[in-house]
Ligand binder design. Sequence first.
Ligand code: ZN
Ligand code: ZN
Ligand code: ZN
Length: 175
Amino acid sequence: MTLTPEERYKFDEIERDAAAAKVRWLLEHKIMPRVAGALDAAATGGRPVPACQHALTEAQMGRRGLTDDSANATPELAFDWLCEDQGLLCSACSRWHLAELNGPHAKDALSRCIVCGDWHDLRPWSPVVDVQEPVQVTGVGVALVGVVGVLPVVWECAAHDGFLDTTARMQWPRV
Ligand SMILES: [Zn+2]
Ligand SMILES: [Zn+2]
Ligand SMILES: [Zn+2]
């Protein structure tokens, strides 16, 4: 298909609109239900939020989920929104888990650029969750509160890096 520059621009705009709609849908129907479900279960005494064995160390070193409101803060603990019962992962476990060949995240249909479908040189995009009331975490013995990350939800190629330049910040409990 040959497109004039004007047509190319229009086509790109359509792809970006579609990608933005996909991300909104994922946040509402996949990410938030999974994350809020885990937090709700802990808050109502169902069971603590699952976490990897290193979460305690990160928490003790003050690197747990962030504590300030800085927009540029990088959460060290991240919710796995894709795998049920995985819960919170430290940064090392997150990297390892995401990189698993044939792992659930590698097989995820979204592991391409959300705008154009390219699979080279991808950069992750994730929302954050602002946990406003303390909830218990499995095995950690401390409560989780503050801003925590979420494993990458979608990816952007170099050409579309910054397509979603705002950080989506979800709040829990929801008002
Ligand atoms: Zn996972
Ligand atoms: Zn870990
Ligand atoms: Zn792209």
